[in-house]
Design a protein around this ligand. Sequence first.
Ligand code: BYC
Ligand code: FE
Ligand code: FE
Length: 471
Amino acid sequence: MAIDYNERIPNNVDLADNRRLQRALEAWQPGYLDWWGEMGPSDFSQADVYLRTAISVETDGWAHFGHVKMPEYRWGIFLAAPEADRHIAFGAHKGEAVWQEVPGEHRATLRRLIVTQGDTEPASVEQQRLLGLTCPSLYDLRNLFQVNIEEGRHLWAMAYLLHAHFGRDGREEAEALLERRSGDVDKPRILGAFNEATPDWLSFFMFTFFTDRDGKYQLASLAESAFDPLARTCRFMLTEEAHHMFVGDTGIQRVVGRTCELMKAHDTEDVAPHGGINLDTVQRYLNFHFAVSIDLFGGEFSTNAANYFSAGLKGRYREEKIEDDHVLATAHYSVPKLEGGVISESEEAALTVINERLRDDYIEDCEKGIERWNRVIRESGFDHVLRLPHRAFQRAIGQYREAHFTPEGKAIGDAEWSARKDEWLPSEAERAHVISLMQRVVEPGKFAGWIAPPRRGINGQPIDFDYVHLG
Ligand code: BYC
Ligand code: FE
Ligand code: FE
């Protein structure tokens, strides 16, 4: 289905046929634009940015590329095409037809899941608000804005579901999504990672690699939902998500690549005096962002997650590819369990450890990215290896949160933690060094000294393309 761009809110949900809903969303739109003006990318409202805009939900040719001013971007509402005769794939309602409306008994829970998902989207835009001022290139500036714009669209996606399916409290929740602020003490965003600062581009790349990847796994679980409009919404969001993770993955690859060049040129591992980012620093940022991001999967043992699954609200990653009964009344799953300060594998009721299973899938995916970064190091002739820390390291949610663990997963006391934490997490001084490198570079084809150019440009354009006209 093609999307009608003459409408105020581009959509493929026949909004024009539902005047009440259309009016409600048109009433939400000015608040959204005010939020974007206040909390969206600072200083770039007049810049023409080479952005992709969704124009259909077909797998090929869903995006149009062209220069546009961000406040004029056409944020729209797109659901993946309905799957004919779709049935619930898991839980107590397995085999029944999926729901087009929210069942009364699941209303509060579904609303909460949608609000939690929706809350992360504007939060990340807020966290990244100032990064444009210190961009390492026009290419990177454009990628930052692409990510921001699409997170804005993801907020639209959740606001649509709230308006369309949750009546008055849905409208109130959609308003509240525009009122909370990342890091605000009085009205913070809901989940921990979305109240952390993203003060520099190394953090941004780590965030898009690790935290947007949580998005991939959470969206994939919600894409299995028995509530079909949510499933279809998340399916289309996943199409966009791939680029966000690409930005982080290749961003860190390029940082590591440049660091290795400097290591060779100056015959030292300490490239900080030469304007680079040491591999040890990359490791500490990685440790921080991994820990904060795996907290987003919730507790290891979670009755919430068991209930979401049994009710059919949230499935496992690629639920339909898993070979089991998809009900899990008697199934087991092995997870690390902390008992008496010792972590050991334990067979648990599969239903209660749904969150941990998803975290396993996520960690496996992260490992592949780290391996790509390590390949860059190896091919440069160095034997340094970047590693994911143990999942117990520096956690704020779940069974590990009360104690301290090394990146290898060894339990340690407070004294050792305080004495050694700067080995494992970026210190204030290290963060200050990284921030000091963040000098703005905006000549087409030029890149800051701490990062290598990408291999290719966006959408077949050359690397020195004028991705952003600063106007
Ligand atoms: N921070 O039973 P548990 C993305 C709370 S990212 C603060 O283990 P559950 C994106 C929890 O609410 C994807 N609180 O939790 C990325 C519960 O509270 P109550 C976002 C937390 O429900 C980059 C209590 O602790 N999407 O899209 O199984 C850029 C017990 O926890 C946290 C979603 O998250 C935390 N980290 O799991 C832009 C999907 N973790 O009931 C976008 C929707 C737990 O005691 N959300 N708590 O008051 C969910 O599925 C679930 O809410 C969670 C939590 C998986 C997050
Ligand atoms: Fe998103
Ligand atoms: Fe994203």
